[in-house]
Ligand binder design. Structure first.
Ligand code: DC
Length: 225
């Protein structure tokens, strides 16, 4: 059977990655969390103490950076220069820095190149902001996930609590709104739905219902190909 490219875009905490992970398992596809890659860039910038507005320093960082998403049964691992940074990249400080660094052309060029390289065999689900518009405009199936910002902030709040952190809901909500604004209004590859993306509002949907909905669209699309 043909192994296609599936793009899942949407704002922060819109449930993209959970749905993408489940669907990838069901289809035995590779799952690529492209947000994790921008987060790894942010962590690299922080660790090497570079100012992300310093274009020359950022260029050198991108020339030497190695970001890999490695498959594992327990969930994918993000490697930065061969080191597992899967936990470190989820810090709230890194979320904001990832949003800022992802607006830089030199960073996007490098990450998009890596994303295309890692997907060249097909049979891949990528989640992000610009997968259906920029990375793979020719993807055979595209989704755009949405949910109210309060629902998304609540999800992120619970995730942080689960990790043993002590978040404040109002701060999480504020950070989510800031990131939505930055990701949607930037000049390069802003968060916008591709014209041929299927919009899924998952505010009221369980994970099972979301995956069932995505799978239904997948089957329909495969019948057309
Ligand atoms: O999906 P996430 O919250 O892990 O993504 C972190 C940041 O990376 C997000 O604020 C915007 C950026 N990003 C992007 O610009 N393009 C993508 N394809 C994925 C993420």
């Amino acid at each position: 059977m043909k192994r296609i490219i599936i793009a899942i875009d949407g704002p922060a905490a819109s449930g993209k990655s959970t749905a993408a992970k489940h669907l990838a398992r069901k289809l035995r596809y590779l799952y690529l969390d492209t947000g994790a890659m921008y987060r790894a860039c942010a962590l690299a910038a922080k660790r090497s103490e570079i100012d992300i507005d310093d274009e020359d320093a950022l260029k050198v960082l991108m020339e030497n950076i190695q970001v890999t998403i490695q498959y594992s049964e327990q969930g994918n691992i993000t490697l930065l220069d061969s080191q597992d940074v899967s936990v470190a990249i989820r810090e709230p400080e890194i979320s904001l820095l990832a949003s800022a660094i992802s607006a830089k052309a030199v960073v996007r060029t490098k990450m998009v190149e890596l994303q295309r390289e890692m997907s060249k065999m097909g049979g891949v689900i990528l989640d992000g902001r610009d997968i259906g518009t920029v990375v793979f405009p020719q993807a055979e199936l595209k989704f755009f996930m949405i949910a109210p910002v309060e629902t998304r902030a609540k999800r992120r709040f619970l995730e942080l609590q689960d990790k043993g952190l002590n978040p404040i809901y109002e701060d999480v909500l504020h950070e989510m709104k800031e990131r939505d604004k930055a990701d949607s209004s930037r000049a390069l590859a802003p968060l916008v739905p591709a014209s041929d993306a299927i919009q899924i509002d998952n505010g009221q949907l369980s994970i099972e219902a979301q995956v069932a909905e995505l799978y239904r669209h997948y089957q329909k699309r495969m019948a057309e190909l």
